[in-house]
Ligand binder design. Structure first.
Ligand code: PCA
Length: 213
């Protein structure tokens, strides 16, 4: 059984709901060969990342998938790169507006996800799911927790008793049924996004099992 920590965020900015939280809530917690523990994180720099670190301490997951809303995108987009920079276009939910501040002073400029997103996105596309790889998670709170996650993974050595932790961030478009979506924004039906995220999780789990054996 692979234990997965699945997170999403509280609504932020002008939005009354967060697509990622809606989708997270609808994903079943039990799969055939995996179990999902869910957490909703505050949409705040530092506090969001601290909540993620505390959840990892508590849950001890082998895979961490963080979901966030990216209004304006058309597809479900697994992220490839997290960068060591906070630069906010709007205040976070605590009113903080960082202006080109490093997340970890002196830390590496960027981390790449250690999950096989290219192979899985190719398979998902072939199967007809609305997915695409993204090469930028932005510089807002989602990138902050993604960078903090990959930094922790980089400092968590794997051995025979402790398999490597896999981490990625997946951005989600606005949902067709979501309240208060701004006019003209692309949306996807909630059910389709839930199915897509479940497909991605299942494929990631299959890869993880195959590498463990
Ligand atoms: N999306 C924001 C932060 C919270 C969320 O769901 C982002 O893309 O940074």
């Amino acid at each position: 059984m692979i234990k997965i920590l699945l997170t999403a965020f509280e609504p932020f900015g002008k939005d009354v709901e967060n697509a990622a939280a809606i989708v997270c809530q609808q994903i079943p917690s039990q799969g055939e060969d995996y179990q999902i523990v869910k957490r909703i994180l505050p949409t705040e720099f530092t506090a969001g990342a601290q909540a993620l670190m505390a959840a990892m301490d508590e849950v001890m997951p082998e895979m961490v998938i963080c979901l966030g809303q990216a209004g304006g995108r058309k597809d479900v987009t697994p992220e490839r790169v997290a960068v060591n920079l906070m630069d906010a276009p709007i205040p976070d939910n605590a009113g903080f507006v960082p202006d080109e501040v490093e997340i970890i002073p002196g830390g590496p400029t960027a981390y790449l996800t250690n999950m096989p997103i290219k192979a899985v996105v190719q398979q998902a596309k072939k199967a007809g799911y609305p997915v695409a790889i993204s090469n930028s998670a932005g510089l807002y709170v989602c990138n902050d927790i993604f960078y903090t996650l990959m930094n922790r993974i980089a400092y968590t050595p794997a051995n025979e008793a402790t398999p490597a932790i896999w981490g990625d961030f997946i951005h989600i478009p606005y949902l067709t049924e979501q309240q208060g979506v701004p006019e003209g924004m692309p949306t996807l039906p909630t059910e389709q996004v839930v199915d897509t995220v479940m497909y991605l999780i299942q494929k990631f789990v299959e890869y993880k099992w195959s590498l463990r054996l």
